[in-house]
Ligand binder design. Sequence first.
Ligand SMILES: [Mn+2]
Length: 410
Amino acid sequence: MQIAHMSDLHYCPENLAEADRCFGFAVDDAIRKNADVAIISGDSTDHRLDAHSPALLALARQIKRLADHCPVLMLQGTFSHEPFGMLRMLELIGAKHPIAIADRIGQIGLTDERQWKLSDTSDINHNFKLVVTCMPTVNKADLALMVGAENASAEMGEHLAALLGHFHESNSAYRRLGIPTVLTSHGTVDGSMNETGVPMAGLDHEFTAGALFSSGADACMLGHIHKHQAWRRDFDGNHQVIAYPGSIGRFHYGEIGEKHYLLWTVQPGFADFDAVVTPSRRMIDIEFMGIPNLDEIATVAKDCAGAYVRVTYKVDEEYAKTVDRNAIKQILGSCAEVKIVGEILSVQRQRCAGISRMPSIIGRFTKWCEVTDTSAAGLTDRLQLLQTMDPEDIASQIVRAEPLELKLAA
Ligand SMILES: [Mn+2]
């Protein structure tokens, strides 16, 4: 059985072009390669969308294209990205094949007639072609009511591990009957790596790879983490695989690697996938500690043509005005987008009470040297020179190497 697995589409007005180009590509590819089933593992939208928004319509159109080719299963993702209940509307799309919405924990089977059917784990159905265990995003608030808010994060992992183990029996039974099994979920695997390369390690993650394998499913198709990665296990004669396709497109600066959708081959006791690269946009970061170097930007400008480019810099307050943002934009004129982000490092000033009321500049300067621990040696003399002579005269005296003549003010 071939299963197209897409995830984290994040449709919204801001992402529309990127999400639709990449998801559209994946749908085309899955149809062309004749996938038997498609699973979308959460975060189909980025935030709540109005029914009349072009982004929701574009998503619905792609889902219809997919469901005109094969049965589709959509999993509930993170609630803030995908308001609970929203996916239920997509279930109403009239396509050749059914669209199942998985927003509750449980098993769902694909029948002989290519229909989705909810299944009770205690009632093994010999006629299923595929069985999918669905673990949509779980509501931590529900768990907090039972175990207390302070324990909810850590307890979540324990509860999910117990639950995953509970499905082992039915998944094993299906495997013995020659029926492939899949688990689909949306959450963080402890030890996974996020899209910017940061390892996710901690106690409050939804699962461990071990807990997912213990479900006994041949393939674990996950969503939530936007970087593609996989885990494999050979155990008891079976080859199990867990994988995130990662987000379908590139939605933020700093995301490393290519973007993918996965075309799985799942058989009872064996799983594997092809990671198909989607045409995600290029996003390039150019960073400067200090004033952006225009020559340096000019040397990379050609390689940045057509890409989304972010120039970031950190400068001290007094140099902030010397950054020529327009020049940067001009040099990078062939880019699809140029974003300039400057961080101004503010100079720490120590308060020095009464300094502004001191009558002479020399007095204020001496006081400032005291407060900032600066040696005044030689400096007060020079300050006096500046106060009494023209800069040109000072300079010509230095050039002639004549000893400077102090004309001290009274
Ligand atoms: Mn996501």
